[in-house]
Design a protein. Structure first.
Length: 392
């Protein structure tokens, strides 16, 4: 229940929570003003723009002032910001009021002030140093970042909506309006904007050119339309069916023209295509593998272990035990040295043991008569005294 109650909650300006956020709605009087215009207004719009009127300087704008005779070293030549009281500082020529005046009138005021102080041969020209920040439009309602945005006189309704980040998911794009400021006690100007037609059809009939002070208001969809995912009804001039413009088409026999296709624009039905060039492909060569060399296997001679018997007078001990006595000390010492001494990795490998036969002759490699006997320094049996000969 708590999760369901929090759906749609939002933070208010006072720091509390609102269960159902208040949407941006159109007043009934605003709807009546909107429905009064059943056709697009004859205003400058996209593809048919016009100048917006004389350039008027306001406080916050920066003027660039230049003179035709720089040798006189006029101190106010350069950029001059218009102060809050609408004046600019002309140094020894004093301050003059230029706020809310056209540039032509500002030039006349400055030239009169300069000539009144003795600089009769100097002609001063005035222009905006950069785009004036005082010329703004206002984008309000269900947009991503509502606020005021500076314009340079070339923007349209679509430009202003994109400056505000575009519409949100809850925006009612079928009830967007454009309000133009009018004097006190005068009639009001509220015209509908067909946002769907502007962005989907490229219809420029309601994509008007904006003037400083224009307001674009984007209302919120009703709760019913948000739940069921439907948009509200359309009203004139945002209704009707578009008609496709006849456009010349590029026709080709295969559906898509290949590179190098020659199209006859006077007779678009006949299309001449050059014959495709198929490169000749050589048959694949068969590769015969080279004969493999016979593999030579090296076999080591079989090793027949020598049999050792317990010498006479010696007692056989259990495995792992060594007898004690002076005659066994050399054998035990050499055995412990061979077990505890760690091999040296840099030492040369040991020489192979000599191969001897029963008859004393050198046997042939690979014969069954080969018998290996341990080297003189090899380990001896623990139960045989040192120096005992082999009984075999």
């Amino acid at each position: 229940m708590a999760a369901a109650a929090c759906v749609g909650c939002s933070t208010s300006s006072s720091g509390g929570f609102i269960l159902f956020p208040l949407p941006y709605k159109l007043l009934d009087s605003t709807k009546n003003l909107k429905y009064a215009h059943q056709n697009p207004i004859q205003w400058p719009r996209e593809l048919n723009k016009n100048v917006t009127g004389p350039a008027v300087a306001e406080p916050g704008d920066i003027l660039s002032i230049s003179a035709t005779d720089p040798a006189n070293r006029i101190p106010f030549v350069g950029e001059q910001p218009i102060l809050l009281d609408g004046t600019i500082d002309l140094a020894k020529f004093g301050r003059v009021v230029v706020g809310y005046r056209p540039l032509a009138e500002i030039e006349a005021i400055i030239n009169a002030a300069v000539k009144a102080n003795g600089a009769k041969d100097v002609v001063v020209t005035v222009r905006f140093a950069r785009a004036p920040e005082s010329k703004r439009v206002y984008v309000l309602g269900d947009v991503v970042t509502p606020g005021s945005y500076p314009i340079n006189g070339n923007e349209t309704v679509l430009d202003a909506i994109l400056l505000a980040g575009g519409l949100t998911r809850k925006a009612d794009e079928r009830n967007i309006i454009l309000s133009r400021p009018t004097p006190v006690c005068d009639c009001r100007v509220v015209v509908p904007i067909c946002h769907e037609h502007i962005v989907q059809w490229g219809d420029t009939s309601t994509n008007y050119q904006l003037l400083p002070g224009d307001r674009i208001y984007v209302p919120t969809l009703s709760l019913f339309h948000r739940i069921f995912g439907k948009l509200g009804p359309q009203y004139p001039p945002c209704c009707g069916c578009p008609t496709a413009c006849p456009l010349p088409a590029e026709l080709c026999n295969e559906g898509c023209a290949r590179p190098g296709a020659i199209v006859d624009h006077e007779h678009p039905v006949s299309v001449s295509l050059p014959p495709p060039v198929v490169p000749a492909v050589a048959p694949p060569k068969t590769m015969t593998p080279p004969p493999s060399a016979p593999r030579i296997e090296e076999r080591s001679p079989p090793v027949k272990p020598t049999l050792r018997e317990t010498p006479k007078g010696a007692t056989a001990l259990p495995r792992g035990m060594f007898p004690a006595g002076p005659e066994f000390e050399p054998v035990l010492r050499s055995t412990s040295d061979r077990i505890t001494r760690s091999p040296d990795p840099m030492a040369a490998p040991p020489a192979p043991a000599p191969v001897r036969t029963m008859s004393g002759e050198r046997p042939k490699i690979g014969t069954a008569e080969t018998i290996r006997e341990p080297a003189p320094t090899d380990w001896q049996s623990p139960w045989r005294p040192a120096g005992a000969k082999n009984d075999l």
